[in-house]
Ligand binder design. Structure first.
Ligand code: MYR
Length: 131
């Protein structure tokens, strides 16, 4: 269901979320218009993602339930894993710099992929359409 290419269409509360994450205003402005595009290839428990944005192009490989490291576009390192809960992908990550937790989910709603982010009680969404 997640397979394919997804282009960000709109954000909800994303700037506030980035502010809580400690991203400065200039970077927040750039990041809210990053044209993020993710291509997902799921084979059983294994995922291969290609992330393309105005900041960078990165390939990400992970297996459900297996801890891995992820560097955010600003260099912040996260450690955590994704699991499937029903039809929802749920990611639990810890920031390596401060030990705080970031929870994220991906879910298909209608013909959109909705990614939620939660950090220190601040929630945001990025909503993607098939590209
Ligand atoms: C992936 O599946 O895309 C790789 C793992 C993603 C971990 C969570 C990503 C959170 C990125 C938050 C960016 C917000 C900038 C403040």
């Amino acid at each position: 269901a997640f397979n394919g290419t997804w282009k960000v269409d709109r954000n909800e509360n994303y700037e506030k979320f980035m502010e809580e994450m400690g991203i400065n205003m200039v970077k927040r402005k750039l990041a809210s218009h990053d044209n993020l595009k993710i291509t997902v290839e799921q084979t059983g428990d294994k995922f291969h993602l290609k992330e393309v944005s105005t900041f960078r192009t990165v390939d990400i490989d992970f297996t459900l339930g297996v801890t891995f490291n992820y560097s955010m576009a600003d260099g912040t390192e996260l450690t955590g894993s994704w699991v499937m809960e029903g039809d929802t992908l749920k990611g639990t990550f810890t920031r390596n710099d401060n030990g705080k937790t970031l929870i994220t989910t991906r879910k298909i709603i209608g013909d959109e992929l909705v990614q939620c982010y939660c950090y220190e009680g601040v929630e945001a969404k990025r909503i993607f359409k098939r590209g």
